[in-house]
Design a protein around this ligand. Structure first.
Ligand code: PEP
Ligand code: MG
Length: 316
């Protein structure tokens, strides 16, 4: 039965009553594209560009090398959306030539957008390469910054995108609780939000994502995390803008229904999860997803939230 449901799982992501939720793929580079196309991804919701920077620990890759890699990914989704995240260096993704070596708490230090604002030439090269890669292609390019804390960060990123002449939508990842709490303010500077639930959980619960001993607090079903998702999605709705999820949370089929019920507008995940999420979402109406979301938020723990959502969706 599971196999049949998956085989029947094709086409755009939607609830059973036709509320569309585009299902996008997380990719780390051109090598991940075939699996994304095979899974029927409607585009890329998170292109992690760090891979390009791993070959040389002393300097950034040349503009030409970047154009080539970006173009390969953009070409794979004609008429589709491709959301590229600019370099997210530092903390769990350190780079020798960019990441300060002497920080007591690297996750709370100079990482993500903070690194790029300290090294504007690296950001400029990346944005210029993206502009060139997208030239003449019928793709909807969107570019977003990791680790945006507030409106000032969002403005600095949008200014850099404009200065590079980028014809794209500019967005902010919501990975820091301050950005979720003040999402409407952040949205004055950018056109979309994308929730990075891995880091958002880390910073909400003060639980290092690399420390297994605190993994209970990294569970994306934690009601406090669902509250921040809801705040962000509500803010985007009020501003008439989109708010996707590109963290691990989106790959859990039941949680994908809850996120949809919270008002999230697209879900991006590893390609292998797409058929499962598509098949599960197609079983429930938007109203059922909203009831499951409300039940999950009313819970007091991740386990209770999961059980409450399951109970609503299975009609118990
Ligand atoms: C996240 O933090 O949820 C995210 C999508 O980014 P990364 O896992 O690459 O930090
Ligand atoms: Mg992150």
């Amino acid at each position: 039965e599971r196999k049949a449901a998956l085989a029947a799982s094709t086409g755009p992501g939607a609830t059973s009553d036709g509320h569309k939720v585009p299902l996008l793929a997380n990719v780390g580079g051109p090598a991940d594209v075939p699996a994304a196309v095979e899974a029927g991804a409607e585009g890329v919701g998170l292109f992690r560009t760090e891979f390009l920077f791993l070959d040389d620990s002393q300097k950034a890759p040349s503009e030409e090398k970047q154009v080539e890699a970006y173009r390969q990914v953009l070409e794979a989704f004609p008429e589709g959306r491709v959301v590229v995240r600019v370099l997210d260096a530092g903390a769990d993704k350190p780079l020798d030539f960019l990441t300060p070596a002497d920080e007591p708490n690297p996750a709370l230090g100079v990482r993500g957008l903070r690194t790029l604002l300290d090294h504007p030439e690296v950001l400029r090269t990346q944005l210029t390469a993206l502009a060139k890669a997208a030239e003449g292609l019928p793709v909807y390019l969107e570019v977003m910054a990791p680790m945006v804390a507030d409106r000032q960060d969002a403005k600095a990123f949008a200014d850099a995108c404009r200065a590079a002449g980028l014809q794209a939508k500019f967005g902010a990842m919501v990975e820091i609780p301050s950005a979720a709490l003040r999402a409407r303010s952040v949205l004055q500077e950018v056109e979309f939000l994308s929730l990075g639930t891995n880091d958002l959980a880390q910073y909400t619960f003060a639980a290092d994502r690399q420390v297994g001993a605190v993994s209970r607090l990294q569970d994306p079903w934690q009601p406090a995390l669902l509250d921040l998702v809801s705040l962000s999605a509500e803010a985007a709705r009020a501003e008439g803008k989109s708010c996707g999820v590109c963290g691990e949370a989106a790959s859990d089929p039941l949680l994908a229904c809850v996120l949809t019920g919270l008002g999230v507008t697209s879900l991006s995940m590893g390609a292998a999860s797409i058929p499962y999420v598509r098949a599960t979402l197609a079983k429930y109406t938007l109203a059922q997803c909203e009831r499951a979301a409300a039940a999950a938020r009313a819970a007091d723990s991740a386990d209770e939230a999961r059980a409450a959502a399951q109970a609503v969706l299975s009609g118990e």
